[in-house]
Design a protein around this ligand. Structure first.
Ligand code: NAD
Length: 494
């Protein structure tokens, strides 16, 4: 059967299943969530082994960020589901007196979850948990770039959950495009903005709402008054200890003052040794780059600075093992390629000089050398040295809105100004990435970093329609009289 026919038959089957009403029942939702929890507990070894195959993900990291977070989402949904499903009473108005009103959360129907490869287990199951909790039937399309996890998810969900309502479709562009041709009641997509646009335009044909969990360049501003060791550990934990920088909320670049940069870099180098030893290329505590495409892309970003003094740490790599060492660059120009695209890898530029002029790549001939020299003179920092960290706000705000923004400081005024003036999906003061673990906070982007959010109750809401219901009785007819009064006054005017 052609891809499109298969996709169409699948949606038809799941819609029929939804129409029986079984997925709306509290008991069905609970049983599926319990099965997923059981699956994660019983098959933990298989899950960790698939993540190791796909990304050499260290066991401890995989356990915390994939297994544990998924279990946490499931446990929370099981604990709170009854409460989430309860209609929410709201006040009524004089016009409707006597009456009562409530917001009823109803499932949307048949939903599609398209997932990505960096946290291929958790980022696939977390939205699926929300979709099931809200009473939908769901198709999951995991990422083909993490093939071991993709096929494991297909196998495990078939074994543990109700296949008449929960399905996995494996595949790449052809399979995803066929799925996107179908009419869904919601599409939840995690990945790049480029594909996000394809997803959104496919959804528009059917007026299907979308949640887009995208990426961006997440800045971290580091003040000079911080507990440096703690700050640096937290930056390393969010950057390299999370899939070696291949995380959507990893700090993408740091901004600090010119005077403080050397101290910050020394501290980073020292603590990186504590995390990954003297030779991080040999470390078992760091993920590899996912594939050759991304390895080459990241290598090019480093090679742009090969013959300059901008690489202050790292740069080592091994193509056969797809490994790149933690790499720190100092003062790359703000309009260079590395500052234009999301890095999504182990390279961390530090900016202390907000210069927009393109500094030259290494000179290859005498003529280009002279030319380069002239440009270097033009782009050395004279006026744009960061002395005051508020200067960084304009730089951050001149770019697309990031998925996360971080600030390390003890200065209360600076904290307030950062929260007030920086627009980002989420933010953390004095740490990185941990907002993702707080289920009471919505997780999602703004602007180019995405639309919509999930986690905890927000996941349930993401896959529910909030139906407005007004109850009246035949007692009292004040509003009818009110209505007639308006009509009569209109007639009087005419
Ligand atoms: P991607 O967009 O290339 O792939 C994601 C999904 O899209 C995969 O399932 C893939 O099969 C599908 N896909 C790929 N090409 C397609 C096409 N032409 N038509 C239809 N579907 C297609 O993204 P990626 O490289 O896998 O992910 C990296 C990006 O994801 C980064 O920008 C990162 O920041 C972002 N990300 C965001 C979050 C978040 O929660 N906001 C989490 C992880 C990653």
């Amino acid at each position: 059967m052609a891809e499109e026919e298969k996709a169409s038959a699948l949606v038809k089957e799941l819609r029929e299943s939804f129409n029986t009403g079984k997925t709306k029942k509290y008991e069905w939702r609970v049983s599926q969530l319990e099965n997923i929890l059981k699956m994660v507990e019983q098959r933990e070894k298989d899950i960790l082994s698939a993540l190791h195959k796909d990304l050499s993900k260290p066991e401890q990291e995989a356990f915390i960020s994939e297994v544990s977070l998924t279990k946490g989402s499931c446990t929370l949904a099981l604990k709170e589901l009854k409460h989430w499903m309860m209609p929410q009473k709201v006040k009524t108005s004089m016009t409707t007196f006597p009456s009562s009103a409530e917001i009823v959360s109803e499932p949307l129907g048949v939903v599609l979850v398209i997932s990505t490869w960096n946290y291929p287990f958790m980022l696939s199951l977390d939205p699926v948990i929300g979709a099931i909790a809200a009473g939908n039937t769901v198709v999951l399309k995991p990422s083909e770039i993490a093939p071991a996890t993709s096929s494991m998810l297909a196998k495990l969900l078939e074994e543990y959950t109700d296949n008449s309502a929960i399905r996995v479709v494996e595949g790449a562009v052809a399979e995803t495009s066929a799925l996107l041709e179908q009419k869904w009641d919601k599409i939840f997509y995690t990945g790049s903005g480029r594909i996000g646009r394809i997803v959104m335009s496919a959804a528009a044909k059917h007026l299907t709402p979308v949640i887009l969990e995208l990426g961006g360049k997440c800045p971290a501003v580091v003040d000079t008054d911080v507990d440096l060791q703690v700050a640096v550990r937290r930056i390393i934990a969010g950057k390299w200890a999370c899939c070696n920088g291949q995380a959507c909320i990893a700090p993408d670049y740091l901004i600090t003052t010119k005077a403080f940069a050397a101290k910050l870099i020394d501290a980073l180098i020292l603590e990186l040794k504590v995390f990954f030893g003297d030779n991080p290329m040999e470390s078992k505590d760091i993920s590899r780059i996912v594939n050759l495409y991304h390895f080459t892309r990241l290598s090019k970003l480093i090679d742009d600075y090969k013959v300059s003094d901008k690489i202050v740490l790292g740069g080592q790599r091994n193509e056969n093992q797809l490994k790149i060492a933690p790499t720190i660059l100092l003062d790359v120009p703000e309009d260079s390629l590395i500052m234009e695209e999301e890095i999504f890898g182990p390279i961390l530029p530090i900016l202390t000089c907000l210069s927009r002029a393109s500094c030259p790549s290494p000179a290859y001939s005498f003529l280009t050398f002279i030319l380069s020299l002239l440009i270097v003179l033009r782009c050395t920092c004279i006026d744009n040295i960061v002395e005051n960290l508020e200067d960084s706000f304009a730089v951050i705000n001149s770019r697309s809105k990031p998925l996360a923004a971080y600030l390390f400081t003890n200065n209360e005024e600076l904290k307030k100004d950062f929260v007030k003036n920086i627009s980002s999906g989420g933010m953390v003061i004095n740490d990185t990435i941990l907002h993702v673990t707080v289920s009471g906070l919505p997780f999602g982007g703004v602007g180019e970093s995405g639309m919509g959010s999930y986690h905890g109750k927000f996941s349930f809401d993401a896959f529910s329609h909030k139906k407005a219901v007004l109850y009246r009785s035949f007692e009292g007819d004040s509003s009818t009289r009110f209505h007639h009064a308006i009509v009569r006054s209109q007639e009087g005017k005419n």
